[in-house]
Design a protein around this ligand. Structure first.
Ligand SMILES: Cc1cc2nc3c(=O)[nH]c(=O)nc-3n(C[C@H](O)[C@H](O)[C@H](O)COP(=O)(O)OP(=O)(O)OC[C@H]3O[C@@H](n4cnc5c(N)ncnc54)[C@H](O)[C@@H]3O)c2cc1C
Length: 406
């Protein structure tokens, strides 16, 4: 009997792989091994509706547990894979069980970066936002009137700030770069979100380096900045990015460099092992990149199922991403890496706007804030490889639909 395809990591990429495998009618058995106690679930609502208490846990699940049974997909939850034996084509679970695989798919995701214990990262009341368990631990502390300090002004920190304000907490956010979202967006997008959060009562400190968290008998009670300023807090949320989970792959000798290196078919340096999602590092337009997004995880998982079913396909999907904060829906299409010009296109409403990124007059990406049409038509424009001039884009009278369809 053929050994199963073993999938390690029960997240977004794994769910997408399995859905496509089932849809293609593939008969080869699948064994999904995940260290969390849940079937694959969506993480985006964790810092949004789930944190706000507006979504039940089961609604996060990409498919109900029963679906896997119906499809004869074997699930081993609460089980961590500790090693890969490439010679024997086996994975070894943390409790020592060896399991044969025919092909192995690593969907191990990424982990939230933690603050070092030496500066208070292990104090009670310090939280990160990566899993259902993280939110379940943190939610009871999210009470109106309490002081929340958020370290890091990326999307997760900002989304958590929005949820916390909606729940009535006093929120201070520290960003060590000179502006929030500096790593991922142009100044115009940062300005938009700074305004939005300031209007909603968040106290933002940019260019603010924290030197340590303050300790009150083992519980966090604030932070000291390098400037000497003290900020009081009842709880702290750390949103300082994440690292790809590559330990397994590295220990097995697979090529890794900021993620598990994969080819355009998501194959690793071992032809029997594939990797998809946050943990994979791939080449796009000649650049080595790693993405943390639902789109990338879902599209790569889907691709691996097609490849294993014998299709000749390569990974060329156009990246997209979104974020929800208060009444703002941000939609991003494309990748702005290497841009050297940005154009602001005024929106159709007070709180709407889009930012278009160019490299040497080549359109790369768009951030659309409450601008679903700019996003939708902009996406078509990028997909078609069209290149509207910056003057056209900046002019609100320009008909984007005509540009996209023309
Ligand atoms: C709070 C939050 C908000 C987000 N919001 C957005 C958003 O708005 N839009 C967007 O596009 N993206 C968003 N993302 C990113 C998106 O959720 C991830 O990119 C996506 O989940 C990645 O999917 P994945 O399958 O690669 O990894 P994951 O979904 O993280 O799954 C990986 C799984 O592997 C398990 N695992 C790891 N190692 C082992 C092992 N050795 N043995 C067994 N199991 C293992 C992990 O525990 C985890 O369950 C958000 C992420 C977070 C955390």
């Amino acid at each position: 009997m053929t050994a199963p395809i073993v999938v390690v990591g029960a997240g977004q990429a794994a769910a997408s792989f399995i859905s496509r495998h089932v849809a293609l009618g593939c008969e080869q058995p699948i064994l999904l091994i995940g260290e969390e106690p849940h079937p694959p679930y969506q993480r985006p609502p964790l810092s949004k509706k789930y944190l706000l208490g507006q979504l039940e846990r089961e609604r996060l699940f990409i498919r109900p547990l029963q679906w896997y049974q119906e499809q004869n997909i074997e699930l081993r939850l609460d089980t961590r894979v500790g090693a890969i034996d490439r010679e024997r084509r086996q994975v070894v679970t943390a409790n020592g069980e060896s399991i044969d695989y025919d092909k192995l798919l690593l969907c191990t995701g990424s982990s939230a970066r933690a603050l070092p214990a030496e500066i208070g990262g292990d104090l009670r009341g310090v939280f990160s936002v990566r899993s259902i368990a993280d939110i379940d631990r943190m939610s009871p502390e999210f009470q109106a009137g309490r002081k929340l300090l958020i370290i890091g002004g990326g999307y997760i920190g900002l989304e958590a700030a929005a949820a916390a304000r909606q729940l009535g907490l006093e929120v201070t956010l520290l960003e060590m770069a000179n502006r929030i979202l500096q790593r991922v967006a142009a100044a115009a997008t940062s300005d938009y979100f700074r305004d939005l959060h300031t209007k909603h009562g968040v106290t933002l400190h940019e260019s603010a380096r924290m030197s340590r968290l303050l300790d009150d008998d083992g519980t966090v009670c604030g932070a000291e900045l390098e400037s000497g300023e003290i900020i009081k807090a009842d709880l702290v949320l750390v949103g300082i990015g994440s690292n790809p989970n590559t330990e397994l792959a590295q220990a097995a000798g697979l090529d890794c460099d900021n993620g598990i290196r994969v080819s355009e078919t998501c194959q690793t340096s071992d032809p029997n092992i594939y990797a998809a999602g946050d943990c994979s590092n791939f080449v796009r337009n000649g650049q080595q990149i790693r993405l943390e997004s639902v789109q990338n995880a879902a599209d790569q998982g889907d691709l691996v199922a097609r490849v294993l079913a014998g299709e000749t396909v390569t990974y060329t999907a156009l990246p997209w991403f979104w974020s929800d904060q208060y009444d703002c829906k941000l939609q991003i299409v494309g990748l702005n890496h290497g841009h050297n010009q940005t154009v602001i296109r005024p929106g159709s409403k007070d709180n709407s706007l889009s930012v278009w990124y160019y490299r040497d007059h080549q359109l790369l990406a768009i951030d659309a804030m409450n601008e679903p049409k700019s996003y939708a038509f902009g996406r078509k424009i990028i997909e078609a490889g069209k290149n509207p001039t910056q003057q056209e884009v900046a002019d609100p009278a320009t008909d984007l639909k005509a540009l996209a369809m023309g």
